[in-house]
Ligand binder design. Sequence first.
Ligand SMILES: Nc1ncnc2c1ncn2[C@@H]1O[C@H](COP(=O)(O)OP(=O)(O)OP(=O)(O)O)[C@@H](O)[C@H]1O
Length: 284
Amino acid sequence: MVEIIFPGKIRKQYQFLKLTRLNVSGNLKNKRDKCLIFRQEVTEMIECQNISVTYNNGVQALKKINLRIKGPTIMGIIGPNGSGKSTLLKAILGMIQLTGEVSINGVSSKKMLKKVAYVAQKTLIDLSFPITVKECVALGTISNVGLFKTIRKGEWKKVEEALEVVGLKEQQERQINALSGGQFQRVLIARCLVQDAEYLFLDEPFVGVDMVSENIIVKILKDLKESGKTILIVHHDLSKVEDYFDQLVMLNNKMIAVGKTSDVFNTNNLKRTYGEKIFIDGGE
Ligand SMILES: Nc1ncnc2c1ncn2[C@@H]1O[C@H](COP(=O)(O)OP(=O)(O)OP(=O)(O)O)[C@@H](O)[C@H]1O
């Protein structure tokens, strides 16, 4: 949502913009000083229309997925192995070929990548790369600063603040390969924080993460949601679903269910997503 305040006298010049007049402030002394408050309606939404993905090996990972995600929210994506969870994130990010349409705020998602911070599955990240914690977090500023440009003082300040938030300021000079799994995941979250993206896509952020780090990350994500961000998380642990997610996507290559977690996370949908076997050993 963008709010713009225009002095009344220049109002006409801006009428070509598709702005909705909402309010005229009443207590100003003269007409010239009067300000009009306009509100530009921007749909803060991710929309997938009928998307299907078939990889080169013939595997159809996603079949006709329709999804509207209206933020701010924390949305979980669950489903069995190979059900297309990671593919869904990549499809929204425009990283893979698909049929159908994906948009973010009404614009093709490829044009909106600056607004999205993405953390891939940990197994896909090269931990042996010789880089310190601080430098790794600073990589998040590249979309704002630009590749090959020097990171400004203000950006380093942001890096420091982000490390403070994730509780790793003291480890900032450490090499990333000397961190625990949980600490490293917190570094990746700090990198998202400095990117200042509107949308966060996290693929299995809690795998190999200790409980302390998991709790810190969850708290940060909930705070980010409160500040207006939309967060998508691919997730495995069903015991945490109700605590962590406002909304849920249940996938098995096709969309099984989507909606408020309290509405869709039930036995019937779990069986449709994972198969009957899911309840044999553990009970409900
Ligand atoms: N690059 C690729 N080339 C070919 N097939 C792929 C590729 N990536 C994924 N697949 C296949 O697409 C299907 C969906 O994969 P995806 O990784 O999206 O599932 P997932 O639900 O995230 O799985 P997991 O829980 O195991 O991480 C699987 O059958 C997988 O083998």
